[in-house]
Design a protein around this ligand. Structure first.
Ligand SMILES: Cc1cc2nc3c(=O)[nH]c(=O)nc-3n(C[C@H](O)[C@H](O)[C@H](O)COP(=O)(O)O)c2cc1C
Length: 344
């Protein structure tokens, strides 16, 4: 079974990034370089995930991971989501988009994706938005798969360890994309990723993978010095040659019109950090905590913005280190980060 302490030649994990960036090519490049690449199963059909796992295996013999979204709680306040839908309606009309009706379901096919991961014996499987049920951890262990839980504070890390996971990905407030928090209404733990790792180190006895705002060799070295076994980088790979990041998103990371990131529920109904753009400015104040309802509600609007190459309507997920994201082969990004970290 994959061991984070023993089996990483370079202690850098390529974050799973759903919505396009994590291609099989990116995952294979990170893993072949000696780190651990992660496919993102979120939003994808089971067949698409199977094809991606096969594609990674065709590109590399190195171990890699697959990340799954754990279904959240049922829709609590339909009226609030309907009210948010009304707020989005004028924009939808301007963009010629028909907003879907609000549905009370999670269509991410969690159980079928777990079955697939077991069938394919994917080397590492990580979970976010919730902890994997104990039975799922046991099934994955039975086929030799290492299990990672993603969490965003120390209490969640303790709960994850109690589920029997093999490693814990600890995501700090600086992280780009969705927060892993088990409670999407919770205020983020304000501690830096490094401080979080220091606190979790004494509370749990599992390898910690530190995620959030890791953009330089110094950041990598600081996280490892704090007690992390590895770091997980997302934003730093968004402009990698192999990443499937939308062109407008790629460009926005280095565009002077975008000068800040913020945590918002406006796009998906779950807190996530992205570059401040018109969509966030217009709708963040009205956003509600309701995933995946809000995600489904805004998907046509985001698709229309993507098709028009318009960064103002896209979810431009980014961590605080976004200006450091380089356009280069993933192998070079990983090797340079690790070389700089060793020099510190
Ligand atoms: C575009 C994007 C998509 C992401 N999608 C996922 C995902 O599908 N699953 C997940 O566990 N984390 C996801 N994350 C969060 C990353 O796993 C990681 O915590 C984060 O990127 C670390 O912070 P950084 O972006 O500052 O490096 C995503 C992050 C970004 C930037």
């Amino acid at each position: 079974m994959f061991d984070f302490e023993e089996d990483l030649r370079i202690p850098i994990v390529g974050a799973p990034m759903a919505g396009g960036p994590s291609t099989p090519e990116l995952v294979a490049a990170v893993s072949s370089t000696g780190g651990l690449g992660f496919l993102a199963a979120g939003y994808k059909s089971v067949d698409a995930v199977r094809r991606e796992v096969d594609a990674v295996r065709a590109l590399t013999d190195a171990p890699f991971g697959l990340n799954l979204f754990v279904p959240g709680r049922p829709l609590a306040d339909r009226a609030a989501v309907e009210a948010y839908r009304d707020r989005l309606q004028p924009l939808a009309e301007r963009r010629n988009v028909v907003l879907p009706e609000v549905v009370d379901r999670d269509d991410d096919a969690f159980d079928a994706k777990v079955d697939l991961a077991v069938e394919l014996a994917v080397p590492v499987v990580s979970f976010t938005f919730g902890l994997p049920p104990r039975g799922v951890v046991d099934r994955l262990h039975a086929v030799g798969t290492a299990v990672v839980a993603t969490v965003s504070d120390v209490d969640e890390a303790v709960s994850a360890a109690e589920r029997g996971v093999d490693a814990i990905c600890l995501q700090g407030v600086d992280a780009g994309g969705h927060r892993a928090t088990l409670d999407p209404d919770a205020e983020p733990d304000p501690r830096s990723t490094r401080e979080l790792v220091e606190a979790a180190r004494v509370a749990v006895d599992r390898p910690l993978v530190a995620a959030g705002g890791i953009a330089t060799g110094e950041d990598v070295a600081a996280a490892l010095a704090a007690g992390a076994t590895a770091v997980q980088i997302g934003t730093a790979l968004l402009r990698a040659d192999e990443a499937g990041t939308k062109p407008a998103h790629r460009a926005a990371l280095h565009d002077d019109r975008f000068t800040d990131t913020v945590v918002t529920r406006a796009f998906s109904g779950r807190p996530a950090r992205g570059l401040v753009n018109d969509f966030i400015t217009d709708f963040d104040a009205y956003a509600v905590t309701a995933y995946p309802q809000v995600h489904l509600l805004t998907s046509g609007l985001r698709a229309a913005a993507g098709a028009a190459d318009d960064p103002q309507g896209l979810a431009l997920w980014a961590g605080v280190g976004y200006r450091m994201a380089r356009s280069a082969p993933a192998e070079e990004i990983i090797r340079d980060l690790w070389r700089e970290a060793r020099q510190v």
